[in-house]
Ligand binder design. Structure first.
Ligand SMILES: [Zn+2]
Length: 507
């Protein structure tokens, strides 16, 4: 432990009607890499993902597929687990909102808000978008009463239901934003949330009478909670809210919510307000990212431009997939995906830089040193580079900037390749001078195998093995594990097949 708070990271829970595509994978791989980084540091780490399974759309999909909503949710939730298994996602918990533990926590938290006097009954009439499952204020609609997200007409709906007194929380929210100025990142998204709050907050309807596929309101079982207020609470359920106060307090509020910008209002306004109303602290960190665009357009079922992880894993491998989305998309702004860009990134960073470094070193060690890797030189020019890269990569991982963390890590790979080109060990006679150059390069490989583990864990374990080390790159905590000079020398170095075979765009 570094004397830092425990690290609790979450993805949004994904809607079971969706098929997991590279947008879901982008957020989930990012959360997984952050969790792996914190585990490498020996931090107490908890990584939560899961599926959102209630609401009208699930009910309708089940009817259309001639099964019960629970059967539908079971079937569709499994697709997410399969996708995350494929991508080597090491979550600690996978929560489903139809689980008993979740129903219990939802009821406990909303009962608390009710007991605190912030929930009341009233008639609601408004403009409702069915796919969003959300009411819209007329000012939020575009054109002729069209949903701003779906660009389709909203419906007029009226019902008697339970309201959360959100209007009472504008001031407490502004005070919280003032006190916790770094809670929502990037700053542009923080300002967007502040803008929503300053515009004035209307009370919100949090229950429905029209359907029964949801969590019953404990004081009025004729209604169920509206899917969003049920879903948000998953973050509290998974760490013991309502059942294990000690466990909840150990993790909360040190959470890092990763969310897409389309759900900013729910996470940056409604969720902190609900927690304040329940007498809990709002989440300490909400990291908002943009859309992952394909050819400049948002992915959608209707646009038929969704890309699924398995399509890319077939060509690039699991680590090639993970590396692409962590390295090429800067966390925060919208990112644009292209197959050609992915081939270029893969060839440059993985095949040419990292793959080539290992292959060159292993070749010379096998030719000139009888396959036994020498130890590094304590005063190698690469030692300073490695120390700087460790500091930079740490800083970037801590601030949820995987792309910059990997850029820093790959600067060490490039420096090592340049060092080999300057010294040309393949032309040097056996002896102390050659040993020093090869030992330095092996030490860089060892350090990179640690620092790149969050992104490409399988490859890093393989590099570790090929340079003769036992155990795994994460056996000893950072930063000590990445200090220069730890590669002992005298180990058998295995040549092996290329780590990342080069690809052409045609393939
Ligand atoms: Zn909509």
């Amino acid at each position: 432990m570094r004397g830092v708070p425990p690290f609790y990271v979450t993805t949004p829970i994904y809607y079971v009607n969706d098929v997991p595509h590279i947008g879901h994978a982008y957020t989930t791989v990012t959360a997984d890499a952050l969790a792996r980084w914190h585990r490498l540091n020996g931090d107490d780490t908890f990584f939560l993902t899961g599926t959102d399974e209630h609401g009208l759309k699930v009910l309708r999909a089940a009817e259309a597929n001639d099964c019960s909503p629970q059967e539908w949710a079971d079937r569709t939730s499994a697709r997410f687990r399969e996708a995350w298994d494929l991508l080597g996602i090491a979550y600690d918990d996978f929560i489903r909102t139809t689980e008993g533990r979740h129903e219990h926590a939802v009821q406990a938290l909303l009962q608390r808000i009710y007991d605190n006097g912030h929930i009341y009954k009233s008639t609601y009439s408004g403009l409702y978008c069915v796919p969003c499952e959300a009411y819209y204020a007329p000012t939020d609609l575009v054109g002729d009463e069209m949903c701003p997200v779906h660009d389709r007409p909203v419906e007029h709906l009226e019902e008697e239901n339970w309201f959360f007194r959100l209007s009472a929380f504008a001031e407490p929210l502004l005070a919280w934003y003032e006190a916790q100025s770094g809670a929502v990142t990037p700053v542009g998204k923080r300002n967007e949330a502040l803008g929503i709050i300053r515009q004035g907050l209307a009370d919100i309807s949090i229950s429905r009478t029209s359907i029964d596929w949801g969590v019953p309101v404990p004081w009025d079982p004729s209604q169920v909670f509206y899917v969003w207020y049920d879903a948000l609470i998953n973050y509290a359920t998974a760490i013991g809210y309502g059942t294990d106060r000690q466990r909840f307090d150990a993790w909360w509020p040190h959470v890092h919510h990763l969310i897409g910008k389309d759900i900013l209002r729910f996470h940056c306004v409604y969720w902190p307000a609900m927690l304040l109303a329940a007498g809990e602290e709002p989440p300490a960190n909400i990291h908002v990212h943009g859309y992952l665009l394909v050819g400049g357009a948002k992915m959608s079922k209707t646009a038929l431009n969704q890309i699924f992880p398995a399509d890319l894993v077939e060509t690039f491998g699991v680590d090639g997939f993970r590396y692409q989305f962590l390295r090429d998309q800067s966390f925060g702004p919208d990112g644009d995906f292209s197959f050609e860009g992915m081939v270029t990134r893969y060839n440059t960073d993985l095949a040419n830089n990292l793959g080539n470094l290992l292959s060159r070193v292993a070749t010379v060690v096998n030719k000139a040193c009888g396959g036994v890797g020498p130890a590094p030189h304590p005063e190698s020019p690469l030692a300073d580079v490695a120390a700087r890269v460790l500091a930079e990569a740490s800083r970037h991982w801590e601030s949820v900037a995987p792309s910059q963390a990997l850029e820093a890590t790959w600067s060490l790979v490039r420096e090592a390749n340049a060092y080999l080109e300057a010294n040309e060990p393949w032309k040097m006679p056996p002896g102390a001078e050659l040993d020093a150059v090869l030992g330095d390069a092996l030490e860089v490989l060892r350090i990179v195998a640690i620092l790149a583990t969050p992104a490409i864990p399988t490859t890093c374990a393989e590099i570790w093995r090929r340079i003769g080390l036992t155990g795994t790159p994460g056996d000893e905590p950072l930063p000590a594990s990445a200090a220069w000079g730890r590669y002992p020398g005298g180990l058998t170095v295995v040549k092996g097949d290329p780590l990342f075979p080069r690809l052409s765009v045609e393939s």
